[in-house]
Design a protein around this ligand. Structure first.
Ligand SMILES: Cc1ncc(COP(=O)(O)O)c(C=O)c1O
Ligand SMILES: [Zn+2]
Length: 433
């Protein structure tokens, strides 16, 4: 092996242990996700004193233009992580959407253009596969609602790892094609995500593969903290007042919270109470239901919604997402499939961003919260758009306009233009009556 391909660990990593979120028992940093004593989930813990001494705003800004500028806060020890340009996606001031909703300070964190596969999952997979290599796995895998399979297959291809992914068999064609193109083994399971996940837990035990969201979950989930770090940095090293994000397993939501807390702890931003609000689709809203009913436990449901990417009926981090929403004075809401489609269209028409169903859900919930007076018009609010609409075209087919087919002649164009203007006028008259 040449020098360049060996992992370089010139300075001590700030990671300390895997720690049980329930009973606090600590374990070595291995491929393991559940506490042996109480079955609680394990989370990576860090030496924050070391981070306070080591990391400054300047040292971060001098780093790469990717999630790896926050490497000290991520659970890897190599200095050469898998960097395919993931992260540092735009934070867009959404003035037109804000005006339409009647609020003033709205931002979109646009992971619809995250690299390489156009969803926030590229963040978690970049971290998980870097750790998988450190732990010596040669085959990587995942249980996915679509986006995670895209990311795992793409980044495994880049890293030269063998890859086998598991998805429900009824996913949108863009999600399936967006996995197959990287030539992994794809298992399309006749069942919903929760059944896929159960099967994968058995495979993880028998095959010794690195499942990014099962035995590597403590490392994988840390990748979502970068969605918190980037927003803080892009707001000029300040935290927003309120965030709205989609919920499937609840991991993303809780890790944005952890990211903000870590930046406060090491002195990179001033302490501030940020409100956390979560978005689900009515057809799979176990966390929103628990929130509404004041429960601190989540009853699993059977998903039935067009928002397939967030259709997890038995969310692993549901109770922690509930806890974060409650303690930050936020909310968890759900919306109908029709509202999801309206949300996709509203974001596209006001901001020029084409998101998938998870983003439509989040925009629709944002609208619902504003209408209910649960978002103050003056609050600096950040909405997390986590995936790209080109992957879920089925969701909006039949709900958008059609091209005007014309002959290659000027008079044909003029007639079509007049027709379209008449149609537009009629549309407005319908709105006015
Ligand atoms: C586009 C998109 N947004 C949000 C989520 C929710 O992620 P989490 O399971 O971390 O709550 C997913 C999960 O698959 C997703 O694909
Ligand atoms: Zn425990």
């Amino acid at each position: 092996m040449t020098q360049a391909t060996q992992p370089q660990t010139s300075q001590t990593a700030a990671t300390k242990a895997l720690k049980c979120k329930e009973c606090g028992t600590e374990y070595e940093l291995q491929a393991m996700h559940v506490c042996e004593l109480c079955f609680g989930p394990l989370e990576v813990s860090y030496d924050y004193d070391l981070l306070r001494r080591r990391v400054t705003r300047e040292s971060i800004q001098a780093g790469p233009n990717s999630i790896w500028r926050y490497r000290d806060f991520l659970p890897v020890s190599t200095q050469t992580p898998i960097d395919v340009g993931t992260g540092m996606t735009p934070l867009v001031k959404a003035n037109r959407l804000a005006r339409r909703l009647g609020i003033k300070n709205l931002y979109i964190k646009n992971d619809a253009v995250n690299m390489p596969t156009l969803s926030f999952k590229d963040r978690v997979v970049s971290v998980a596969l870097t750790r998988a290599q450190e732990l010596g796995f040669s085959t990587v895998s995942c249980a996915s609602t679509g986006n995670l399979a895209n990311s795992t297959a793409a980044i495994a291809a880049h890293a030269g790892l063998d890859c086998c992914v598991f998805i429900p068999s009824d996913l949108e064609s863009g999600k399936v094609l967006g996995t197959l193109i990287y030539n992994p083994t794809v298992m399309a399971v006749e069942g919903n995500y929760d059944q896929v996940n159960r099967l994968c837990c058995e495979v993880a035990n028998t095959h010794g593969w690195g499942f990014v969201n099962i035995n590597l979950r403590p490392y994988y989930s840390e990748g979502s903290k970068t969605l918190g770090f980037e927003v803080a940095e892009q707001l000029g090293w300040q935290l927003p007042d309120h965030i709205v994000a989609p919920l499937a397993s609840g991991s993303l939501f809780t890790k944005i919270y952890k990211g903000f807390q870590e930046f406060i702890k090491v002195g990179l931003v001033e302490d501030k109470a940020v409100r956390f609000s979560g978005a689900q689709a009515d057809g799979c809203s176990p966390i929103a239901q628990a929130f509404r009913e004041g429960r601190d436990f989540v009853n699993p449901v059977k998903p039935n919604t067009i928002a397939k990417s967030i259709a997890i009926g038995n969310p692993a981090d549901g109770i922690y997402a509930l806890e974060v929403a409650r303690k930050t004075n936020g909310n968890i809401e759900s919306v109908s499939d029709a509202e999801v489609i309206q949300g996709i269209k509203l974001l596209a028409e006001t901001e020029g961003i084409f998101t998938e169903t998870a983003g439509g859900t989040t925009v629709a919930v944002l609208q619902k919260l504003v209408e209910a007076g649960k978002i103050d018009p003056d609050e600096t609010t950040v909405v997390y758009i986590t995936g790209n609409g080109l992957k879920t075209q089925e969701a909006v087919q039949g709900y958008i306009g059609e091209p005007l087919t014309i002959e290659p002649k000027l008079d044909s164009f003029e007639r079509a233009l007049e027709r379209s203007r008449t149609l537009e006028r009629l549309d407005w008259q319908q709105v006015l009556v």
